[in-house]
Ligand binder design. Structure first.
Ligand code: HEM
Length: 306
């Protein structure tokens, strides 16, 4: 959105994170209990009111950003190629209306925030559980950023962090932030084993289990090992064995951005802190949801580094 999120009041006091999380929960409940989607029933149960309240809080922040941008006519920095600038441009040309413009921005925030935050959190958890891999990450970070503190991270710096890339991919493999994606079948089709999948059926692509399929990942498919992403191993593997951002026409449009922002966050955290935990990898329990949930979230300790 081209705005410094830390400067927003609603970010500082968590007023934006809580309604966003409630919104995700409401969406999950609507999928699990389709009755909730019926307008009359949802009104009787008071769900409409709850949804409207949550939405108005989330839209409040967005409206402020959009209003500010729209008032600053002529000051758009097109080199930034921001979503918000593009939709304002389309709205000014009369190609979309205000409602669609806001909803495009809203979808982008909703798709980006929890997924990226979960990825960073899961990477920290796994590295805390496997200190030997964290040491390798730290050595690489120390070479690229010799001085700790609040350093800048350039695009070129990110290219040098090849081990962190492997850690990030291995994290997305073992704990994909979106563990399964539903699709409605458009036409009848037959699987290679002869099973007919009829038109209209809703099927789910089980990303979590694809990523742990021993036929593709070998006997240690369930273990955390960044070497799964050594270039030779990647080359030999089926391209659809690793699909955290989905594949094809409707894949994630933010995947490069997500990887860059997660890498920046991890570089800053892990160059400045050693992370540890007493929680064991074997004790992680995964709960299917729109966004991946851990039954118990491991607590982490952060120890400052020099
Ligand atoms: C690690 C972080 C992320 C993961 C794992 C992830 C994963 C995914 C997946 C699996 C889908 C396909 C969903 C489906 O087909 O049902 C998707 C779609 C999408 N993602 Fe992401 N995403 C991430 C970050 C982002 C970011 C940062 C943005 C925006 C800046 C974003 C924007 C979108 C959008 C707009 C779609 C819908 C695309 C469409 O339907 O054509 N995502 N993402």
């Amino acid at each position: 959105m081209g705005t410094e999120v830390q400067q927003e009041e609603s970010f500082k006091n968590d007023a934006i994170v809580k309604p966003l999380q409630s919104l995700l929960l409401l969406t999950v409940l609507n999928v699990l209990i389709p009755l909730r989607q019926n307008k009359i029933i949802s009104k009787i149960w008071g769900l409409e009111k709850e949804k409207t309240e949550v939405l108005s809080k989330v839209h409040g922040l967005l409206d402020k950003i959009i209003d500010r941008k729209m008032k600053a006519e002529g000051e758009v920095d097109s080199s930034m190629n921001l979503v918000v600038d593009q939709v304002i441009e389309l709205q000014r040309k009369g190609q979309i209306d205000l409602k669609d413009m806001k909803s495009e921005c809203f979808n982008m925030i909703l798709a980006a925030f929890e997924t990226t935050a979960l990825t960073v959190n899961h990477a920290l958890i796994l590295l805390a559980m496997f200190p030997e891999y964290q040491d390798t990450v730290f050595q690489e970070l120390q070479e690229v950023f010799p001085t700790a503190g609040n350093f800048e991270v350039s695009y070129e710096d990110l290219q040098k962090l090849v081990y962190l890339d492997r850690v990030l991919n291995e994290t997305l493999r073992l704990i994909p932030p979106i563990p399964l994606i539903p699709r409605q079948v458009k036409d009848d089709f037959q699987l290679s084993n002869g099973v007919l999948v009829p038109k209209g059926l809703v099927v789910a692509i089980d990303i979590f289990n694809v990523h742990r399929n021993k036929d593709h990942w070998g006997p240690d498919a369930d273990n955390f090992n960044p070497d799964h992403f050594l270039p030779d191993n990647v080359r030999e593997r089926h391209p659809y064995a690793f699909v955290p951002f989905s594949k094809g026409k409707r894949n994630c449009i933010g995947w490069r951005y997500a990887l860059m922002s997660a890498k920046i966050a991890l570089a800053k955290a892990l160059r400045n802190y050693k992370v540890s935990t007493s929680f064991l990898f074997e004790d992680l329990v995964f709960v299917d949801n729109i966004g991946m949930k851990l039954r118990k979230t491991p607590l982490l300790e952060f120890h400052r580094r020099n």
